[in-house]
Design a protein around this ligand. Structure first.
Ligand code: UDP
Length: 332
């Protein structure tokens, strides 16, 4: 019987792709999700347990039923704009919920934990390429909540021997090329799916959030990673933990970026080329909480985990997203 991994947020965008990668690597992913933003239809690669992270009794029951060997924790609120308006939602929904999960994990005797963190923990660093040692100075409650969870994992490592792999994601894009799962947020706030919505008339136009940033074309720069490459890193990170490469109580942090930054206007240009359609545009003011440039090298993940982000080119990410956008989607 294959080993089980508890995947929180397995009904969401990245979590559902991770479940597929885990299944393909010979594990059984057990999705734990409250469906607040996820989709039951996205749970295709293993059992589904509906539940909330704040519901400790339910978590204990799921750990007892499935006896997972490790946890992959994706479930989170992740919108910068919303975090600026409603920080309490982020401190409760991300930090308190993760505390509940970590305590349930330890109570079940599980010591291997893979955590989805973010480049939003860094804030602005004058355009330098970021790495695992860059100071974390978040500009918004989303980044601050994720940094707090990283700190929590370190504390529970020291107290209880929890071993964790922490991934700091840059901008995740694209979709499963087989079309089984893809990106589907309601409401959508991310750049590439919004561009595709504007291209096929699902919205009137894409609004560029800020054209007066100190960059070559005035728009923000981000480092885009294909979701399939991102979840490959998670399987490698899980094996890194299970193979004993992380000592009891220790944690290992990896940035998942490509080292290539693209401005909002460059992403729009690539989308126009890939789809061969015009992109209706508006120019709007800056969005609060946005860093000017978030770009990271992948040296550590490549050297230590053997990660190979080969699908993370803009044409590949946009064409996979476009195929999903035209044929995919979920219903409540
Ligand atoms: N962006 C934009 N218009 C939109 C959505 C996003 O100009 O309708 C910009 C946003 O300001 C940022 C970049 O696109 O500079 C990527 O934003 P997204 O929300 O996709 O990811 P984030 O970087 O916030 O994680």
């Amino acid at each position: 019987m294959s080993q089980k991994v508890l995947v929180t947020g397995g009904a969401g965008y990245i979590g559902s792709h991770a479940c597929k990668a885990l299944r393909d690597a010979g594990f059984t992913p057990v999705t734990y999700d409250n469906l607040c933003t996820g989709w039951q239809d996205a749970v295709k690669f293993g059992p589904f347990e509906q539940g909330d992270l704040m519901d400790r009794a339910r978590l204990d029951e799921v750990f007892a039923t499935h006896k997972p060997i490790a946890v992959m924790h994706f479930a989170a609120l992740s919108q910068v704009g919303e975090a600026m308006r409603e920080p309490g939602k982020y401190w409760r929904g991300n930090v308190s919920a993760s505390l509940s999960l970590i305590e349930a994990t330890l109570a079940a005797g599980v010591r291997s934990f893979v955590f989805s963190s973010t480049c939003a923990t860094y804030g602005d660093h004058d355009g330098v390429v970021l790495d695992e040692n860059t100071a974390q100075l978040p500009l918004n409650a989303y980044g601050a909540s994720k940094r707090a969870i990283e700190d929590m994992l370190k504390d529970f490592g020291a107290s209880d021997g929890l071993k964790s792999v922490i991934f700091r994601y840059f901008n995740v894009a694209g979709a499963d090329p087989d079309g089984e799962v893809g990106e589907f947020h309601q409401p959508e706030t991310h750049l590439i799916p919004l561009i595709l919505d504007a291209i096929d008339g699902k919205r009137d136009a894409l609004t560029i959030h800020g054209t007066d940033y100190p960059t070559q074309d005035g728009t923000c720069i981000r480092d885009y990673v294909h979701v399939m490459d991102l979840v490959d890193a998670h399987v490698l990170g899980l094996k890194h933990l299970l193979d004993g490469k992380v000592a009891a109580g220790a944690h290992d942090v990896f940035c998942l970026g490509t080292g290539n930054g693209f401005s909002v206007r460059e992403v729009i240009d690539h989308s126009r080329h890939v789809t061969n359609r015009p992109v209706p545009l508006n120019e709007g003011p800056r969005r609060g909480g946005d860093a000017v440039k978030l770009v990271s090298g992948s040296e550590k993940a490549v050297a230590v985990l053997g990660w190979n982000p080969e699908r993370s080119t803009l044409p590949q990410m946009i064409s996979d997203a476009w195929r999903w956008h035209q044929n995919g989607g979920y219903e409540r």
